[in-house]
Design a protein around this ligand. Structure first.
Ligand code: HEM
Length: 482
């Protein structure tokens, strides 16, 4: 087992990553047979408990460094885009599929796109969007009230994916798709199919799909073409609005309008191509959907398991909301401190993005390891926060650990190890929006319903498919007992 600090070791005395400990491998195949894509994070986390903070496993003949030391992880995340970047195969696969955007971009392209995307999530923008987020939250409440009245169990994650699509498209594109009231829509399933294919292709030993398309590849390409068609409709509508009212170009009302204005910018450094506009629309749709829906679904799971947590959330919501049915703005939502703590604890234990795929841009060292340009690594974002050296009683769900001031003697609490949204210059730009969504849905559920598991005997399992979702989660909402 190798446990390391963050000291920089001269390249000459650093070790090659192939000499690190790790699971035994087969010739040619490496550890491929031991990796089930839907359990990737669990397998890698399990190996880190055996082999330590830095170990190597093999995808075919390629070594992959796995990192879960908090200082080293922080260094890798901070030194982007210059020293480290996302896997180049991830960028290739995403761009080949036509949704290259701020998530996959690197270098100057990333800097330009990142600046624009950040403008959609400023406190002022989120305040302006609060009305539409409230409307969408009330629609979800109506849907769950109807299910409660019929005594029906609810596939909460599916409803929440509709909720997050409605919120993202309303906030970022100024277009409310209202999937919640439609009830059934292929979009969430299409996004899942696309994610699974991105994962498979990015870690494939060679680009097999350029020679032979598997049924899953064909399904993903069909799904992508349908999603692209819907997003192009949204872009066309926004463009028509801008043409009708050119004055809006000076004060765009959504990120999409800002991108369309930038598309025509005179300064070539600020200009976005049509492909960049479409790529970023798809990127935000994909990045904002499953991540936040999965997190809220896991939050409902913890609420269902812990009536004491529900009771405390409800007491806080009743006290802070007064006569209002929902938080009346982002600042109001932030006053729900216990609810915020429940969201943070959910993110620590059930991080929607438990692993990140990164590589070295040039020859460098990481702790005691020498890395050649292009050397690949996987960063175990969740595992860092599951260690006793990061958080006291790390395996338990303890929302109180996030409340301030922390009681004396509360034990270890290292905020650097809370990495659910990443860290450094590429930290998730949707963090504030997703926390507002969790606060709105959490407050709505605590105020209106008792939530329980529909089948307490059925296990809820972690399933990895680019994000980490609760498989088998079915809940029952009943009208709140007064
Ligand atoms: C609970 C919900 C969410 C979680 C756990 C989450 C997590 C993450 C993580 C771990 C990263 C990578 C950060 C890094 O490389 O350091 C990321 C990046 C990103 N997220 Fe989120 N995210 C969430 C919600 C959202 C939402 C709501 C949006 C937008 C609508 C969004 C948009 C993005 C984008 C565009 C990036 C790429 C940023 C870049 O590479 O510069 N995310 N997110």
């Amino acid at each position: 087992m190798v446990n390391v600090g963050a000291e920089v070791i001269p390249a000459a005395s650093a070790r090659d990553l192939s000499t690190l400990p790790g699971p035994r491998r087969l010739p040619f195949l490496g550890n491929l047979l031991e990796i089930r894509p839907t359990q990737l994070h669990l397998t890698l986390e399990g190996w880190s408990r055996t082999y330590g903070d830095l170990y190597t496993f093999w995808l075919g003949r390629r070594p992959i460094l796995v990192v879960s030391n908090v200082e080293l992880v922080q260094r890798v995340l901070r030194e982007r885009p210059k020293e480290f970047r996302r896997w180049s195969t991830l960028q290739e696969v995403i761009e080949e599929m036509g949704f290259g955007g701020v998530f996959s971009a690197e270098g100057d392209q990333w800097t330009r796109q990142r600046r624009l995307v950040m403008s959609a999530f400023t406190p002022g923008q989120l305040r302006e969007s609060h009305g539409v987020i409230s409307t969408i939250t009330r629609r979800l409440r109506e849907r769950w009230r109807a299910a409660a009245a019929r005594g029906e169990p609810v596939d909460a994650r599916r409803d929440l994916t509709h909720y997050t699509v409605d919120v993202t498209t309303a906030v970022a594109f100024g277009m409310d798709m209202n999937l919640i009231e439609r009830g059934v829509d292929p979009l969430s399933h299409q996004i899942e199919t696309i994610f699974a294919t991105v994962s498979r292709r990015a870690s494939a030993p060679f680009p097999y799909w350029r020679h032979l398309k598997l049924p899953a590849d064909r399904a993903a390409e069909q799904a992508l073409s349908e999603v692209r068609g819907r997003m192009l409709d949204i872009i066309r509508t926004a463009r028509a609005e801008l043409d009708r009212d050119p004055a809006r170009a000076t004060a765009p009302r959504s990120l999409l309008e800002a991108m369309l204005v930038a598309r025509d910018a005179e300064d070539p450094k600020a200009r976005l191509s049509d492909q960049e506009v479409l790529g970023n629309v798809l990127t935000l749709l994909f990045a904002g959907e499953d991540t936040t829906a999965d997190t809220m679904a896991w939050m409902l799971h913890f609420m269902a398991l812990r009536p004491d947590v529900q009771a405390r959330m409800r007491a806080e919501v009743d006290a802070e909301l007064g006569d209002a049915d929902l938080p009346e703005g982002p600042e109001h939502a932030q006053r729900l401190r216990y609810l915020g703590a429940v969201a943070h604890e959910t993110l620590r234990l059930k991080s929607a993005a438990p692993v990140l795929f990164l590589e070295a841009c040039a020859d460098t060292t990481l702790g005691p390891v020498r890395l050649a340009a292009g050397a690949r690594m996987i960063v175990l974002m969740r595992q860092v926060g599951l260690k006793e050296e990061s958080f006291h009683d790390a395996a338990s769900f303890v929302p109180e650990r996030w409340l301030t001031p922390r009681p004396a003697g509360a034990g270890k609490h290292d905020p650097r190890a809370a990495l659910a949204f990443g860290s450094g210059p590429r930290v998730c730009p949707g963090r504030a929006l997703s926390l507002i969504e969790s606060a709105m849905v959490g407050a709505m559920v605590a105020r209106d319903f008792d939530v329980s598991l529909a089948d307490p005997g059925r296990p809820v399992k972690e399933l990895f498919g680019f994000t980490m979702k609760p498989e088998g989660l079915v809940v029952r909402f009943s009208p709140r007992r007064r």
